[in-house]
Ligand binder design. Structure first.
Ligand SMILES: Nc1nc2c(c(=O)[nH]1)N[C@H]1C(S)=C(S)[C@@H](COP(=O)(O)O)O[C@H]1N2
Ligand SMILES: [Mo]
Length: 239
């Protein structure tokens, strides 16, 4: 079976499986993304009919998971580890993230590097800057590496990028607790950058002195500094 045909079969089955969660579509990470997109078109036509707005929580997002599934972690069992070059490693509960640290709210767009955009999304959570202040960043640190409990996806930011006031450890998206398919209970939201920086199912922030290894999509050729409108050869409006 060709790569494209396999992507088609897997894509359709997973889309059908996920529709119950309110997903509009699923795309799997592969260099054949364009082919997978084509294969999914009959199902994502629902976007244009407006049907997805009746599906709870989906907004107009497309649901992406490079592993092909949505890992599950309840709010009660959730922990966010902050470690590496820090003064004091942290293990934060969902409750601490929701009530024990300063809360930041943002209403901003979400822009995927493949072209789709969702306007005026309501986000809330704790800025990465506030999380870092709690842990204390040790001398020599230059980068953060974010890890997902899907076991595969990673992302990086420089310390300066991560300290911006519009970079969130988010527990609210679309004005509601982040749903499982959108990376709940806790995901990253990096407002000034393309969507691939907004890692879902966040479980660990590692403070390091090295950019390497780069994140999942960067390894496949996407820009490390993913500024909306100023990277990846695209010209989109900032969020
Ligand atoms: N763990 C994980 N995070 C991820 C991805 C992924 O496949 N796995 N896809 C990224 C990409 S390319 C985009 S555009 C957004 C999509 O977010 P959504 O699935 O909530 O629409 O998640 C980003 N974060
Ligand atoms: Mo994306």
């Amino acid at each position: 079976m060709t790569e494209a045909a396999e992507g088609t079969r897997f894509g359709r089955r997973a889309v059908l499986g996920l529709l119950g969660f309110g997903a509009a579509g699923v795309v799997f990470g592969s260099k054949a993304q364009g082919l997978v997109d084509k294969a999914l078109r009959p199902l994502t036509v629902r976007d244009r009919t407006g049907l997805t707005s009746y599906l709870p929580g989906s907004g107009r997002f497309r649901i992406y998971s490079v592993t092909g599934h949505s890992p599950k972690r309840t709010a009660a069992e959730y922990r966010l580890t902050v470690d590496g070059l820090v003064d004091e490693p942290l293990s934060l509960t969902f409750e601490e993230l929701r009530t024990g640290l300063p809360q930041t709210r943002l209403t901003k767009d979400f822009q995927c590097v493949t072209g789709w955009r969702v306007e005026d999304v309501e986000w809330a959570g704790v800025t990465v800057a506030d999380v870092l202040d709690r842990a204390g960043v040790a001398a020599g640190a230059t980068h953060l590496r974010f890890h997902s409990f899907d076991g595969t996806y990673t992302e990086t930011l420089t310390l300066d990028q991560a300290r911006r006031p519009d970079v969130l450890v988010a527990h609210v998206m679309l004005g509601e607790p982040v749903t499982r398919v959108h990376g709940g209970p806790v995901r990253l939201y990096v407002a000034p950058m393309y969507g691939y920086k907004s890692l879902k199912w966040l479980e660990r922030i590692e403070v390091t002195d090295s950019l390497e290894p780069v994140g999942y999509w960067e390894e496949l050729g996407y820009d490390v500094d993913a500024w909306i409108g100023r990277s990846n050869g695209r010209r989109d409006e900032p969020a």
